[in-house]
Design a protein around this ligand. Structure first.
Ligand code: F0G
Length: 479
């Protein structure tokens, strides 16, 4: 596949002069040009935004204008579910853009899950990001990060990952042959589907002794020391690509704004990107209202929930209470508290985009909830029974919708979109464990995480190799 279009360096005649990188709080006033790689500046951790001078850029008059791209699918930029919206993330000249066909995802209405969550028929939608080339929403962001890496001439890129970021970076690097890739993963904390992708796509895979939080600290040190391009969501260009998930949700709803967006929260890149997308769309007059957002933590990795809902931490006009955050982490370290959930993708205790997410929650009048692994796996089984399926972390969004509906925060008549972040095949172990076990015979991987029931399990039927007995089973099914 021709992943690159043209070979020219950043041209002075492109739009890049109307783009810069700025700090979202008033801590650092300095701004950075689009072709700078800003790593190794701890005071800017998780605080950089890609900012546009919208007054000087050609913005669409209405979202409907993007429909013209549907007629032009032979152009890889219009085929891409990220880049067909490039006028809303205009940091790269067209000839520098990298795409591997990401973002061909769909918004699907689900009556079964509307019933499960207590929402009126027709009101519950699933945004299937597992349909991306590497099987998760990360490809949206990696298309943008790979483009920026290309703009700055990066030869080596790295990330730490609970699995999906590494799979995504690896597929972009191998498909485009643009750069070498090193991925850092924790030990025993990555689902096999994801690890297999990093290995298969040829990235150098470093399994460090520790978890994701440890791996992220190390990869940032390594990138700063070696001048390696960092592809975690602390990279603001990643989030530019992830804004497109919201554009596609609006597209799927015929450009109408839903009442709720519900998204699992790990490193909080997605939620941050969604908030920025809506902030910009509102600023540009392309939407008349902003949806509410719910970020769902796993109970075993609930930093955002604790800080936002229990301690009342807020964006506070760009002046969040940093001391409260520092105190929280200091206590976590003192207790040697480690994140622990079967939803391994969101097993994260130190989300790098915490402050950006506070801004998103402010923009979207947000709420944060935690759901336990039992609720996550039950919701996951319901998603799977209804179609494409998803991995455990993704199902936190559906479990969160059910909880918020039970609390009365979501009304029965609300229009709700749950983001299914990763494909069901990413973590077959969790799926098979849920569907196979029963009562006292549940797999230890489940019980050790507090999962004691499998009420939506679809158990395999064991039959002797005997035609009569097999027919008995089959006839039993068809009656
Ligand atoms: N869902 C899935 C399937 C994920 O892989 C992740 C994050 C999240 C949700 C959370 O998204 O970080 O934007 O809040 N996975 C990262 C990784 C951390 O390394 O693959 P977030």
């Amino acid at each position: 596949m021709a992943a690159f279009l043209g070979e020219s360096p950043i041209s002075s005649l492109t739009k890049t002069e109307f783009v810069c990188q700025t700090c979202i709080t008033s801590d650092v006033e300095e701004s950075f040009s689009v072709d700078q790689v800003v790593t190794g500046r701890p005071e800017l951790d998780g605080l950089l935004d890609v900012s546009y001078d919208w007054d000087r850029l050609p913005v669409p008059g209405s979202l409907r204008e993007f429909e013209s791209a549907w007629m032009n699918r032979r152009n890889p930029l219009d085929f891409s579910g990220v880049w067909r919206f490039r006028r809303l993330l205009p940091f790269a000249p067209d000839e520098q853009i990298v795409t591997i066909g990401e973002g061909q995802t769909i918004l699907q209405q689900s009556e079964a899950l509307a019933k499960y969550t207590g929402i009126k028929p027709g009101g519950l939608f699933l945004q299937y990001e597992g349909l991306n080339p590497s099987g998760s929403f990360k490809d949206n962001g990696m298309a943008a990060a790979s483009t920026h890496a290309r703009m700055v001439g990066a030869k080596v890129a790295a990330c730490a990952s609970t699995g999906n970021t590494s799979a995504s970076l690896a597929i972009f690097a191998s498909t485009t042959e643009q750069m070498r890739v090193v991925v850092f993963v924790g030990s025993g904390t990555i689902a096999y589907g994801k690890l297999s992708q990093a290995l298969d796509f040829g990235s150098v895979t470093v399994q460090i002794q520790g978890d994701f939080d440890d791996a992220l600290i190390r990869v940032r040190e390594v990138c700063a020391a070696e001048g390696i391009y960092l592809c975690n969501s602390v990279n603001p260009f990643r989030l530019e690509g992830q804004k497109s998930i919201m554009y596609r949700v609006l597209e799927g709803l015929n450009w109408e704004v839903p009442d709720w967006i519900i998204v699992p929260g790990g490193n909080l890149g997605n939620s941050s990107a969604f908030g920025k997308a809506f902030l910009e769309l509102k600023h540009l007059g392309l939407i008349d209202r902003v949806p509410r957002m719910a970020v769902i933590n796993a109970t075993g990795a609930n930093t955002l929930y604790q800080l936002y809902e229990q301690q009342g931490l807020r964006w506070n006009n760009g002046q969040p209470d940093r001391e409260a955050i520092d105190r929280f982490y200091a206590q976590m370290d003192a207790d040697n508290h480690r994140a622990s959930t079967l939803a391994s993708a969101i097993q994260i205790n130190r989300p790098v985009n915490l402050i950006k997410c506070l801004r998103a929650l402010d923009v979207c009048d947000g709420v944060v909830r935690q759901v336990d692994d039992q609720a996550i796996l039950d919701a996951k089984a319901m998603v799977g029974a209804g179609g494409f399926g998803c991995e455990p972390a993704s199902a936190a969004s559906v479990a969160g919708a059910k909880l918020l509906r039970a609390e009365g925060v979501i009304a029965p008549s609300d229009r709700v979109v749950c983001i299914l972040t990763g494909h069901g095949l990413k973590d077959p172990s969790a799926t098979v464990a849920y569907h196979s076990g029963e009562g006292g015979k549940l797999d230890e991987s489940l019980t050790s995480h507090g999962v004691t029931q499998t009420q939506h399990a679809n158990r395999p039927i064991v039959v002797e190799n005997d035609l009569g007995k097999i027919l008995d089973v089959v006839r039993n099914i068809s009656t």
